[in-house]
Design a protein. Structure first.
Ligand SMILES: Nc1ncnc2c1ncn2[C@@H]1O[C@H](COP(=O)(O)OP(=O)(O)O)[C@@H](O)[C@H]1O
Ligand SMILES: Cc1cn([C@H]2C[C@H](O)[C@@H](COP(=O)(O)OP(=O)(O)O)O2)c(=O)[nH]c1=O
Length: 218
């Protein structure tokens, strides 16, 4: 089901600046004649949004947290992502499984082997060994100290945003590890630059990957 559409995710520590570019990304693909499904994790369906509220607000152990984000993801894939990709749409998703490896794995110190098993259960596709994965992941790489400065006063912190900078150092390392393990899928964006410069990086990376030129290249 992932072969026809384009599954694009945005990742990075809180405050890295991902959300600031979602409108422009949606407009860019729409200008190419694509139908865009814009969504987020945890979330994207009524059930998954309910689970999001729990994950972002309630204290819980890392296994519970991991089970809830993967339960939300399962519903999201079944209801939204899978059907959209099968239609040939662009799925623009604010976070996906890399966030689980970065936050629950590296940040909380939870067992990556258990996360990989859950990933296989949730993202396994009928009749094959291939997992549903994003085609391209835009990784907004920013020093945790700068992200914290950007977030200070910008919004009321949720459970994760209230974590100390050491937590985000581990999360950032988790993203760096994921990126080096799958260099083909990840595009590193230097998120320390100005908003305009960040946008230019995004646009040129998408052009270089051939997903902008000539309509349905993705
Ligand atoms: N390139 C940038 N330079 C400076 N501040 C930025 C930049 N991009 C975003 N911001 C600001 O940083 C804060 C976090 O940005 P946001 O897009 O919400 O991050 P995220 O979605 O990654 O948590 C917001 O106040 C936003 O206006
Ligand atoms: C998808 C996902 C997100 N998260 C965390 C990362 C973020 O701190 C939070 C929600 O992400 P996000 O939507 O980026 O938050 P905001 O709307 O406040 O910018 O959930 C996990 O811990 N595990 C996951 O699997």
């Amino acid at each position: 089901m992932s072969d026809q559409g384009l599954f694009l995710t945005l990742e990075g520590i809180d405050g890295a600046g991902k959300s600031s570019h979602l409108d422009a990304l949606e407009a860019l693909f729409k200008a190419q004649g694509r139908t865009v499904v814009r969504t987020r994790e945890p979330g994207g369906t009524p059930l998954a949004e309910t689970l999001r509220g729990l994950v972002l607000e309630k204290p819980m152990d890392p296994l519970t947290e991991s089970l809830l984000v993967f339960a939300a993801r399962r519903d999201h894939i079944a209801q939204v992502i899978g059907p959209a990709l099968a239609r040939g749409d662009v799925v623009l998703c604010d976070r996906f499984t890399d966030a689980t490896f970065a936050y629950q794995g590296a940040g909380r110190g939870f067992d990556n082997a258990v996360l990989s098993t859950l990933e296989q259960w949730v993202q396994g596709q009928a009749g094959g060994t291939k997992l549903l994965q994003p085609r391209i992941t835009l990784w907004f790489d920013l020093a945790p100290e700068i992200a914290a400065q950007r977030l200070a006063g910008a919004r009321v912190p949720d459970k994760f945003e209230a974590q100390p900078v050491e937590f985000f150092r581990r999360v950032a390392q988790g993203y760096a590890d994921r990126a080096s393990a799958d260099a083909q899928r990840f595009v590193r964006i230097d998120a320390s630059q100005t908003r305009d410069q960040v946008w230019l990086q995004i646009e040129s990376a998408l052009r270089a990957r051939g997903v902008l030129a000539g309509g349905r290249a993705g």
